[in-house]
Design a protein around this ligand. Structure first.
Ligand code: PMP
Length: 408
């Protein structure tokens, strides 16, 4: 006797998947059987990777591996509890003290990821009496953080300080009650570097508007951490705005090479997050190896400046060559270089052909970017050699001609 067949209550999921496949929006996972790096083994094939966020090549740096192994030997594999119960180890506190020194802020609190840092901090410090003003292209984790907040929010045009000023002036004129009652806090939230286009937020102009209105600036430096500013301190350092940005979120998952997020700001910001931020209160802390390797990364970034120099030299060369070949690389100013191809079908085909040519460049399609702005998103790292970049560029050239994306 078999199990009696019943209608599957989740059958609609199959229909949704079918619709995604039909629109060329379904993306299978590629599986990596090597370490992360400039050359990886993906789906059983050796390829040059232009798709990681491992900007400085720290995921596999010998000092990082050693720090992680020593932490495992000394402190074990897991932390065993959330920070507020029994999961705060000396390593967590040391990492936060080092990050605060590095960022030139009073205090830092780490989170399990950059994503949870955003969804932790935004609803903790904002409520019904406050207003959030957000760039229209902010990262999903900022958007989710806003969704979890009771604060009303308004959106300004991407990277446009004039739009920010206009939206803010109107919101302040109306006020909390429609009659001009002031907000307790106005929080202007922006990515430091936008992850799909690689452009940098116009932070000096944003800070100017904020100061005019007594607002606080919140910058998410996920893609600026380890990339922009002195020794990779981020966008605030890049623009010389120390002391004028209330909240800096950083990630430990990209250039830092491990996993995690952090919030850098005042002592009271850190203290209130410890009391109230839900991912901090209700989810287990980093394993010792994670905290130890992150700590080592911050030291490496200051002791081996040649890594960030190499990252930028590679970036400049790769961008210039892609443009010379005739590709549209959008408004990127950072190591994130989108190769904008338009429709998702061409983009996915392009990515698949590149893969056959030994180059891994991920396609990014709707809904992550607009329907007609599908792209191959490339990130070069400090670990790429000239030869690897030349090979990758030759593959872009071949596939570009084959698919009629570039001519000449
Ligand atoms: N913010 C931005 C702007 C990001 O690009 C990302 C990663 N895609 C995150 C936050 C999340 O960081 P993490 O991977 O550490 O969760």
């Amino acid at each position: 006797m078999g199990i009696p067949s019943r209608p599957d209550p989740l059958a609609f999921l199959g229909d949704e998947l079918g619709a995604l496949r039909e629109r060329h929006l379904y993306r299978p996972l590629r599986v990596m059987s090597s370490a992360q790096g400039p050359i990886v083994s993906l789906d059983g094939r050796q390829v040059i990777s232009l798709s990681s966020n491992d900007y400085l090549g720290l995921t596999h740096h010998p000092r990082m591996k050693r720090a992680a192994i020593e932490a495992v030997e000394r402190f074990g594999a897991g932390s065993g509890a959330v920070r507020t119960i029994a999961g705060t180890m000396t390593l967590h506190e040391e990492l936060e003290a080092e990050l605060a020194r590095f960022k030139h802020t009073r205090a830092v609190l780490t989170f399990q990821s950059g994503f949870t840092a955003n969804t932790g901090v935004i609803p903790t410090i904002t409520g019904e009496t406050d207003l959030i003003v957000s760039d229209e292209l902010n990262h999903a984790s900022i958007i989710d953080g806003m969704r979890l907040s009771k604060a009303p929010r308004v959106v300004y045009k991407h990277a446009d300080p004039a739009s920010l000023r206009e939206v803010l002036a109107e919101a302040v004129r109306r006020g909390r009650d429609g009659q001009g009652e002031p907000y307790r806090l106005i929080l202007i939230a922006t990515d430091g570097v936008f992850s799909m286009d690689g452009d940098i937020a116009p932070l000096p102009a944003i800070v100017e508007v904020a100061e005019e209105y007594g607002a606080a600036v919140f910058v998410d430096d996920a893609h600026a951490s380890g990339v922009l500013g002195k020794d990779g301190r981020g966008s605030v350092s890049h623009f010389g705005l120390e002391g004028r940005v209330a909240i800096q979120v950083g990630t430990l998952s990209k250039a830092v090479g491990v996993l995690g997020g952090y919030v850098a700001g005042s002592q009271s910001l850190r203290d209130i997050l410890i009391q109230r931020a839900r991912p901090f209160l209700f989810s287990t802390s980093h394993p010792p190896a994670v905290a130890a390797a992150c700590l080592e990364a911050i030291r490496i970034m200051q002791e081996e400046p040649e890594l960030i120099e190499r990252l930028w030299a590679n970036t400049r060369r790769f961008k210039a060559e892609l443009s010379r070949l005739g590709f549209d690389t959008g408004r990127s100013e950072t190591p994130i270089t989108p190769v904008i191809l338009g429709d998702s079908e061409t983009t996915i085909r392009f990515s698949n052909r590149l893969f056959e040519e030994g180059v891994f460049g991920t396609s990014v399609v709707f809904p992550t970017v607009a329907l007609d702005r599908a792209r191959i998103r490339t990130i070069v790292t400090a670990a790429h050699t000239d030869e690897m970049l030349d090979q990758a560029l030759a593959a872009f050239d071949r596939v570009g001609h084959e698919l009629g994306v570039i001519r000449g």
